[in-house]
Design a protein around this ligand. Sequence first.
Ligand code: DLL
Length: 433
Amino acid sequence: MIWKEQVECVDPSDLKNLQSDYLRKLIAYIYNNCPVYKEKIDDAGLRPEDIKSIDDIKKLPFTTKVDMRDNYPYGLFSADQDKVREIHVSSGTTGNPTLVGYTKDDMKLWSEVMARTLCCAGAEPGDTIQNAYGYGLFTGGLGFHYGAMEMGLRIIPTSAGQTARQLKIMQEFKPRIIVCTPSYALYMAEEAREMGIDTSKGNWKIGIFGAEPWSDSIRREIEELWNMLATDVYGLSEIIGPGVAQECTYKDGLHIFSDVFYPEIIDPETGEEVAEGQDGELVITTLTKQAIPLIRYRTRDVVSINHEKCRCGRTSPRISKIKGRTDDMIVVRGINVFPSQIEHVLVGIEGTQPYYQIVVDRKAHKLDEVEVLVEVEEKIFSDEIKELKELENKIRKEIGSVLSIGVKVTLVEPKTIERSMGKSKRIIDKRTL
Ligand code: DLL
């Protein structure tokens, strides 16, 4: 089932007309209603009439997280605050948080793209969904709630946390769909095992996991533990929350709802578009939002894009799984390190758990040091010291050869690394740069 077939399976030239029409209206709207954007457009030497088709988008200036912070809280809004019906705050850790808002029509749009998301993952009206994304200022919980409501699902709004209760509810109310962060799915399975619950036996068939990076190896692990199809959902508060892109049951890229969220993939250094299939930074323009529409927003997320029609019938472009963030990357002794590279090594090594933390430190003018804390399985920890050392060495060598820098590896006991019900923290950077 495809929720909005007329746009998701649209002919690409019709899509372009629709996007062009939306873009023209959007530019006139923000130019007349948001002084910050008016100034940005004026500074670029443009007039709204210069934007005739979606191809003209390249003439427009980018919007960045710095613009959001500099104009905090309301400067980037195009709608008056009395038209705003709900606000959310993004999970940033530095400086001012990022505030976003929704008018009544934006709420309708969000519900619709979330219904499209759920449907894309294989949900059907009448299904029961357990929503273990956090409810509150984070967009995950309420975003899924509105979408499920729109699609006619039966919602169990557990929010994140209270894991024992969460698992009990799951067994008793038998949801067919479970949604949460991938790290919480792993954590719940771990808790279940301790409680003597077999998560591979249940009514659940589909999981929709996102809000943080996760690899295909973690996907396989979750699919095995939960005996379900694990799909990836992508989104960010600034654009709308979850509901920007979603994998269909073929799991061959995330369909981006490009009739409303126009994607570009650029080289983060030059700002120029990269060729199809090449990695680059995802930039999104919200074509139809009212409260706080964004023009060419730099997401910092690294992906590639594929415009081929999918086997599911959708013509919407597909982005790859998020490969990293341009700002999550740590530079250690001049080498770029992404947490995903380390994760990739660890999942291939028997005896390790998918829990790790990367600690970067610089002691008094010395070189940066990287320590990777890796949790190992219970049975490994009871092995002889010699075997533990061998495992440590193996991990150290493999990470070293992938990253081209030496790292220290420390094996830690099961459950030492903090578990997360929401987004997990992989990097601890202790350097004072
Ligand atoms: O995380 C929205 C969301 C909620 C998405 C629930 C999916 C499910 P923010 O808190 O603003 O919004 O964080 C957005 O999280 O720029 C990415 O770096 C990261 N992210 C989101 N989804 C994925 C994903 C929500 N599927 C930031 N894979 C984004 C990797 C993701 N990273």
